[in-house]
Write a protein of this length. Sequence first.
Length: 288
Amino acid sequence: MASRADGLGGSFVHGDFDLDQAVLDALPIPVTEVISSHAYGQWVWARQAKVLCKLPDGERVYYFLKVTTGESDFEMTEGQFESDKAIYDVSSTFCPKPFTWGQYKATPGPATYFLLSEFREVGKQPPEPMRFAARLADLHKRSISPTGKFGFHTVTCHGKAPQLTDCWEESWETLYRKQLSHVFEVDRQKQAPYPEYEFYAQLVLEHSVPRLLRPLQSEGRSIKPCLVDGNIWDGNTATDMETGEPFIFDGSAFYAHNEFEFGNWRTPRHRLSSKSSLSSSWYIVWAD
């Protein structure tokens, strides 16, 4: 029998991860039979499961289920669904197909949300640098902003922290400044007063950002709004065990300067940062 401590739901199937009725109702193909549901992978912000199902024609398929609890987690769940959908629509082999998201029906206490998507078996993490960089650059090159501007149609989250993405701007400088100002404000609300930090934060916003970014779109220069994953790190990249190809998941997407991807993976605590060839590989494939 499944354990309610993991899935927090109501309908028992074979395995150690319980499924709520909302998940069963959301399965992509009607009259699908759930055979088993097992906890899968390492959990950071959410619980995860590998769900084995039998389709009406007898075919057996796996789905990936992600479950998170928190009153405001609808933004994180919806944001990931819309991010992964946008990436999948550009490069279907680079991101698992997201099917749906919703709210659990049978949970007491804080609201619980789920995301159901195509299952891909996670292999080597992070993937081989050159192949991964090529796939990422391909996503950036082939993506087209629906408005021709920087931004996104909804809020996406970095972990559980909402990003200011639900707006459209002609200027990358303007959107980046809004994003960074939002991050500073969230930090200010959570921390004790720190005048020196606030002074330098304002200095960055008023002087550094325009000095570095404004020239990119001045005097006839232009940059393309590219669809970025927005949260590239060891845990969100992998090698597909079936195909051997690199793929990404748990997106925090929006249309940005393509080099926005660097900020996360170059953080020293991530293994990707130690792969010095990753950034150089990315520049090589971008130049092709």
